[in-house]
Design a protein around this ligand. Structure first.
Ligand code: PLP
Length: 223
């Protein structure tokens, strides 16, 4: 199927749902993003600060850019002027830097807390305990230039759909629990970023509000 057909299919799939599609365009040339843009796609996600900044510079300014990768402190300044949402806040320290750079740009940056939900050490993120402590301690009140919008999780890379579903379901329940528990003017835990090309259907059934889909839209990546 063509890129246009892929995007149309996702539009149809999400039409009756609260979830939105983040088209993961990492490694792909700007011409391909332009093509997806022409087909109506407006939210794109990337995992490298330099790559996303270069693409932001040359592509239409009404694109909503989302960051999904491990973010080094010294790279936050490059994306702070334009980034709409950072899905991958995976440690407390990085939020301080995001807040500082957002303030310098007179912006508020939407952030998701990444939770380590997979049974793989290669993936990063807070444990549920760490996230609970972080959100309930009151320390986030000092960061008025970030808004904590919810959580992101990547399921284990496995054929076992029951396991994937269980990991997504646990995260979804955690979101509901924290929603009821945490009250602050810069925290509104409504979003749940879960689901990639291989598991977005399960993620949607379990309450995802952002699916992050790359290869199912653009085809496979060559690094
Ligand atoms: C690359 C990536 C995706 C998209 O992966 P696909 O399997 O190509 O859909 C989603 N989320 C994160 C964090 C990624 O790094």
């Amino acid at each position: 199927m063509s890129l246009e057909q892929n995007i149309a299919q996702f539009e149809k799939l999400l039409a009756q749902k609260p979830a939105r599609l983040v088209a993961i365009s990492k490694t792909h040339p700007t011409a391909l993003i332009e093509q997806a843009y022409q087909a109506g796609q407006r939210i794109f996600g990337e995992n490298k600060a330099q790559e996303i900044s270069e693409k932001y510079e040359v592509l239409p300014k009404d694109i909503e850019w989302h960051f999904i990768g491990t973010l080094q402190s010294n790279k936050v300044k490059y994306i702070a002027p334009f980034i709409k949402m950072i899905h991958s806040v995976d440690r407390p320290k990085i939020l301080k830097e995001i807040n500082k750079r957002a303030a310098q740009n007179n912006r508020v940056i939407d952030c998701l807390i990444q939770i380590h939900i997979a049974q793989e050490d290669t993936k990063s993120g807070f444990s549920y305990e760490e996230a609970t402590e972080f959100l309930t301690s009151g320390q986030l009140r000092q960061y008025q230039n970030v808004r904590i919008c919810g959580f992101m999780g990547m399921a284990t890379n496995t054929e076992d759909e029951a396991q994937i579903r269980q990991e997504f379901r646990t995260l979804s329940r955690f979101k509901s629990e924290m929603q009821a528990k945490v009250k602050a003017d810069n925290i509104a835990l409504n979003e749940l970023s879960m689901g990639m090309s291989g598991d977005y259907s399960i993620a949607l059934e379990e309450g995802s509000t952002f699916i992050r889909v790359g290869s199912a839209i653009f085809g496979s990546r060559s690094y």
